[in-house]
Design a protein around this ligand. Structure first.
Ligand SMILES: C[S@@+](CC[C@H](N)C(=O)[O-])C[C@H]1O[C@@H](n2cnc3c(N)ncnc32)[C@H](O)[C@@H]1O
Length: 469
């Protein structure tokens, strides 16, 4: 098999990234946008002893579940990987991927429950991030990155994002055309504007322009255009980012217009979202997820909830209502301030303590203190994609908690961390390997996906662990 060779084969499975997987001449080949059962003609893009990547040239026999994608730049933009797949089949693919991760990474056979879905398969995202660049002619372009690249694919709308997306893009295009402001070029580190980010807090928008300058050029013009084109209340921030790396935001946010943050309501909890606070991208699925976490926690007036990676504190507040108290741990100071304000706004300050810091640094002591108090503990973990630090895993494993509820947006790190907690995996401080004998203090009680990210390869998973004795 040589690079650029065009070959024919049949797809036998779906991979973790939503791509088709086939075996050809003894090699495992990954082909994006191909589906299980399809006979395809594909071009070999890259081949090595480990794996081979191909590109579809022609679908010879399409799968029954193949559908026409909604988006005109689907396949070019890296945002979605599964728009060509009927929605019910997307869910099945993701459920299988979760089970495979547990089997291959954690050596655990788990029954994955049917996915909890949102109301909308499109238009569900409340968070938009648009890189700004320049094309070959020097024109400023707004778009999304191509898969695994920093090449911007220009777009005028996005079907998985909220209805205001086209208006935002159109407004910024007008602003760039009228003012001649240049998008950022990553190679030469030239240009004024790097990114536009928008958060939708239940119909109120926080718009952030990431620029290389301390002052937003033609600010009044931009405000005038946004007021004409975007029929929503909005706030405007400038983020000053002069770094030469890929990190989107610097620490320096400057409030330019409108409210500093916005309030909303979910499951009876009033909360505020600021420019830096994390929020789940799909409000409908997030509400279902939080509600399920609350049900599984089974907290009563003796329970202490330790909510690690607690963000702006919405779940902490919800969990605290039935518990004796809830402890939130979060690294971002602004999110902790919002979480404290949220606790007070909901009359829950007496029941909630929010700590600012790294879970790996402060959580072990918090657990030890609650253990020493004889508290009945429930731990909730909701880490970023990379999962939990080993110090967090060890502390949780030995916490004596009645339950551990792990919310994850990456099945592979979830499987790894759960394997370590249940004892199918062990570590020596850095290297993780399969345990010789399994005698963990916790077992998996349920694994349930929540489709927070329809049309994409991503999935949110809720894993409930209970004590083994
Ligand atoms: C997936 S979010 C979950 C937030 C929250 N549970 C929610 O549902 O909105 C992960 C959160 O962990 C925070 N975080 C990341 N690394 C952390 C660390 N080492 N220690 C504490 N918090 C961390 C992030 O700032 C983010 O708010």
């Amino acid at each position: 098999m040589d690079k650029n060779e065009v070959r024919e084969s049949t797809v036998i499975a779906m991979g973790m990234n939503g791509e088709g997987v086939l075996k050809d001449e003894g090699k495992v080949v990954f082909v994006p946008f191909a589906m299980t059962g399809e006979k395809i003609r594909y071009r070999v893009l890259k081949t090595s002893s480990n794996c081979t990547y191909g590109k579809v040239v022609e679908i010879l026999t399409p799968a029954e579940d193949r559908i026409r994608p909604k988006c005109p730049v689907y396949g070019k933009c890296g945002g979605c990987q599964l728009q060509h797949v009927r929605y019910a089949t997307q869910l099945k693919i993701k459920e299988d991927n979760i089970a495979n991760c547990f089997r291959k990474i954690a050596f655990s056979d788990v029954k994955v429950q049917p996915t909890v879905r949102g109301e909308n398969e499109f238009g569900y995202r409340n968070k938009l991030q648009l890189p700004i660049s320049v094309d070959k002619t020097g024109k400023t372009i707004i778009g999304f990155y191509a898969e695994n690249s920093h090449r911007v694919v220009p777009v005028s709308d996005c079907p998985i994002n909220a209805v205001w997306t086209a208006d935002i893009i159109s407004a910024f295009n007008e602003y760039f055309d009228l003012t001649g402001i240049k998008g950022y070029c990553e190679e030469t580190h030239t240009g004024d504007i790097r990114e536009i980010a928008v958060k939708d807090v239940k119909g109120k928008l926080i718009i952030t322009v990431v620029a290389t300058t301390d002052v937003l050029p033609f600010k009044e013009k931009l405000l005038e255009i946004l007021q004409n084109k975007v029929k929503y209340t909005f706030a405007l921030y400038l983020n000053v980012n002069t770094s030469h790396n890929n990190v989107i935001f610097s620490e320096k946010f400057i409030h330019l217009y409108g409210n500093k943050d916005f309030g909303a309501d979910m499951l009876g909890i009033r909360y505020r979202v600021g420019v830096q606070s994390f929020m789940q991208v799909n409000d409908c699925v997030a509400a279902k997820l939080y509600s399920m976490v609350n049900t599984l926690a089974e907290a009563d007036e003796d329970t202490v909830i330790i909510d690690a990676y607690s963000g702006a504190g919405l779940m902490t507040a919800l969990l605290s209502k039935r518990a004796k108290k809830a402890i939130g741990i979060e690294i971002v100071p602004e999110a902790v301030n919002l979480a404290n304000a949220l606790a007070s706004q909901n009359g829950l300050s007496e029941k909630i303590t929010n700590y600012q810091g790294k879970c790996e640094e402060i959580m072990p002591d918090i657990i030890e203190r609650e253990k020493a108090n004889g508290s009945k503990i429930v731990v909730v973990l909701d880490p970023p994609r990379k999962g939990c630090d080993l110090k967090v895993i060890d502390a949780v494993k030995n916490s004596g908690a009645d339950k551990i509820i792990y919310v994850s947006c990456k099945p592979s790190t979830l499987a790894r961390d759960v394997g370590l907690i249940t004892g199918t995996l062990c570590h020596d401080g850095s290297k993780i390997e399969k345990s010789e004998t399994v005698n963990g203090k916790y077992i998996i009680n349920s694994v349930r996906p929540f489709d927070m990210f329809a049309q994409t390869k991503h999935i949110e998973t809720l894993c409930e662990l209970v004590r083994s004795e």
